[in-house]
Design a protein around this ligand. Structure first.
Ligand SMILES: Nc1ncnc2c1ncn2[C@@H]1O[C@H](COP(=O)(O)OP(=O)(O)OP(=O)(O)O)[C@@H](O)[C@H]1O
Ligand SMILES: [Mg+2]
Length: 283
C-alpha cells in the first residue's frame, strides 16, 4: 500500500469510527432529527467568488427518503451547492440544515461526513490495487487500523452486509478482482458501495453516470431507485434519459440557473417551460 492509500484509509476509518461512536466522537449525542420529514434544507444560500455569485439566495428542501434530480446548464452552481452542503465551501450568507436540527455550517467537512452525509464525486476514487472485496471491507470496519483491518476477519454481520452490498452494486462476481481492472462504470458502483457501507442518510451524487455505457447508466438508475426511501438522494445530471428513468414521470426535478432555482416540477413540465428551454434544454 502506498502512503497515500494508508492516509486515505486511516482518514476514512477515523470518520467511520467517530460515526460509530467509539473513541469519543465530537458528534456523540448529537444526531440529526428527521421526524419532521426534512432531510436537507438550504435557505437563501449565497456564495461569491471574487464578486461573482455562484449561488444566489438558493433555497431548497429535500424530504426524507426523497430522490431529487437537479439539472441546469454548466456553471449554474450545482457542484457549488454540493460543496456548501459538505463543508468544502462556506457560503457568505444563508443556512444549511441536515434534518431539522443540525446546522451544517457549524461543522467541519469530516464531521459532516461522520454525521451521515455521503458524497460521490465524478471521478471514481477506489483503491485501485485492492480487490473489490477489500475496498468494501475497508469501508465497513470501524475499530482497527488499515493494515490490521486487511489482515483480520470481518464478523458475521459485517460479512452479510458486504454480501448485500456486492449484490446491490452488481459486483458479486467481481469480488476478488483488482479494482483497477474494473470498467469505469463498475468503479463508480464500487465507490457507491463504499459510501453505502458507511450508511449515510443523505447521498449527494454529482454526474454519477458521466462516461458510463447505456447499459451501465440503466443499471445505475435501478440502483438509485432501490436506495430511494432508505436514503435521501440528490442527483445532479445532464443525461435527461437517466433523469427520466429516475423520476418515473412522477417525481419533481429542480432546475438551477445562475445560482438559484429557475423552475421546479415534473420533468415533462420543466421541459415545456420556456425559460428552461431558453437557458438549458433548447440548446
Ligand atoms: N473555487 C472557485 N473559484 C471561482 N469560481 C468558481 C469556483 N468554483 C466554481 N466557480 C464558478 O462558479 C460557477 C458555478 O460553478 P459550478 O461548478 O457550481 O457549476 P455546475 O452547475 O456544477 O456546472 P457543470 O454542469 O459544468 O458541472 C461557475 O461560473 C464557476 O466557474
Ligand atoms: Mg458541476
Amino acid at each position: 500500500m502506498t502512503p497515500d492509500l494508508m492516509e486515505e484509509g486511516a482518514r476514512r476509518l477515523a470518520e467511520h469510527r467517530a460515526r460509530a461512536g467509539a473513541g469519543g466522537s465530537v458528534m456523540a449525542g448529537h444526531q440529526p432529527y428527521f421526524g419532521q420529514g426534512v432531510a436537507l434544507y438550504l435557505d437563501e444560500i449565497t456564495v461569491s467568488f471574487d464578486g461573482f455569485r455562484a449561488l444566489n439566495a438558493l433555497t431548497l428542501t429535500i424530504n426524507v427518503g426523497e430522490l431529487r434530480c437537479i439539472i441546469g446548464p454548466n456553471g449554474a452552481g450545482k457542484t457549488t451547492m454540493m460543496d456548501c452542503i459538505t463543508g468544502k465551501t462556506r457560503p457568505d450568507k444563508g443556512k444549511v440544515f441536515f434534518g431539522s436540527n443540525i446546522d451544517l455550517l457549524r461543522l467541519t467537512e469530516p464531521e459532516i461526513a461522520q454525521i451521515g452525509v455521503g458524497r460521490k464525486f465524478q471521478k471514481p476514487t477506489v483503491y485501485e490495487q485492492l480487490s473489490v472485496f477489500e475496498n468494501l471491507e475497508l469501508s465497513l470496519v470501524a475499530d482497527r487500523g488499515v493494515r490490521a483491518s486487511l489482515l483480520s476477519r470481518l464478523n458475521g454481520t459485517q460479512l452479510d452486509r458486504l454480501g448485500e452490498l456486492l449484490t446491490l452494486i452488481h459486483l458479486k462476481d467481481e469480488a476478488q478482482r483488482t479494482a483497477g481492472l474494473l470498467s469505469h462504470g463498475q468503479k463508480q458502483w464500487l465507490e457507491i458501495g463504499m459510501l453505502l457501507a458507511q450508511d449515510p442518510k443523505l447521498l449527494l451524487l454529482d454526474e454519477p453516470v458521466a462516461g458510463m455505457t447505456d447499459e451501465e447508466t440503466e443499471r445505475t438508475a435501478e440502483l438509485f431507485l432501490t436506495l430511494e426511501g432508505q436514503h435521501s438522494l440528490v442527483v445532479v445530471e445532464h443525461d435527461m434519459k437517466f433523469v427520466d428513468q429516475l423520476t418515473q414521470g412522477r417525481k419533481k426535478v429542480t432546475v438551477l440557473h445562475e445560482g438559484s432555482v429557475l423552475a421546479e416540477g415534473l420533468l415533462s413540465e420543466v421541459q415545456a417551460n420556456e425559460k428552461v428551454v431558453e437557458v438549458y434544454l433548447g440548446r
